[in-house]
Design a protein around this ligand. Structure first.
Ligand SMILES: O=C(CO)[C@H](O)[C@H](O)COP(=O)(O)O
Length: 210
């Protein structure tokens, strides 16, 4: 399991500083949608420049203009870019092709996708499929559990409000990537929080999940 640090609602300086503090305990860094919207592709470029050896995920949440947006992300240094699973199939196909051309990866965010749309997304065998509880569902509806977890993906990602308390539940699904934002970035001690997730993910704290 890879731990993906999601950097959202931060300045670029704060994002760089947190990533630097938690670097030993994370596998991938996500440049969150909020950073991309506020600071543009410069946020992706600066994170990749600071952490050239770490997988950088540009959470652009593409819905249309797939080739253009994915080209922007990969030119800025992203290793993975995201597309919404609710986007038209032609757009997801274009993301897959653009990623293949650059030797990069696609994460399909299944936020608000229907069973039918999830089935459609599962045809993209090279894609990482992300089961995601949105920020608004968490904060405005108090939703914690996920409605749809694709059982057929061998590259499953899980995101949205993952905490140290809920991490054992996440582990049961053996995701390829566990995406964690606020539980690290808003922790009093981000390095300690990231270390705890990392150790649990790498099974050094298996007993904690029994
Ligand atoms: O994509 C996102 C928001 O749309 C976040 O990356 C994802 O939700 C993880 O952040 P958190 O752990 O704070 O929920």
């Amino acid at each position: 399991m890879n731990i993906q640090l999601a950097l959202d609602r931060l300045s670029i300086e704060e994002a760089l500083s947190i990533a630097d503090r938690v670097e030993p305990y994370i596998d991938w860094i996500e440049v969150g949608t909020s950073l991309i919207k506020e600071f543009g592709m410069e946020s992706v470029r600066l994170l990749k420049e600071a952490f050239p050896h770490i997988m950088i995920v540009a959470d652009c949440k593409t819905f249309d203009n797939a080739v253009y947006e994915f080209e922007l992300c990969f030119s800025a240094g992203a290793d993975v870019a995201t597309v919404l699973g609710t986007a038209p199939a032609v757009s997801i196909e274009a993301c897959m092709e653009t990623a293949k051309k650059h030797g990069k990866q696609v994460m399909v965010d299944l936020l608000n996708a229907s069973e039918e749309q999830i089935q459609m997304c599962s045809q993209f065998e090279e894609a990482i499929l992300c089961s995601h509880v949105s920020k608004d569902e968490q904060e405005m509806r108090g939703q914690k559990g996920r409605l749809h977890i694709p059982s057929f993906s061998n590259r499953l990602a899980m995101a949205g409000g993952i905490s140290i308390d809920s991490f054992c539940e996440i582990k049961k699904h053996s995701p390829y990537v566990a995406i964690i934002g606020s539980s690290i970035t808003k922790a009093d001690d981000p390095a300690l929080a990231a270390k705890t997730f990392y150790e649990m993910a790498k099974q050094q704290k298996e007993k904690a999940c029994e």
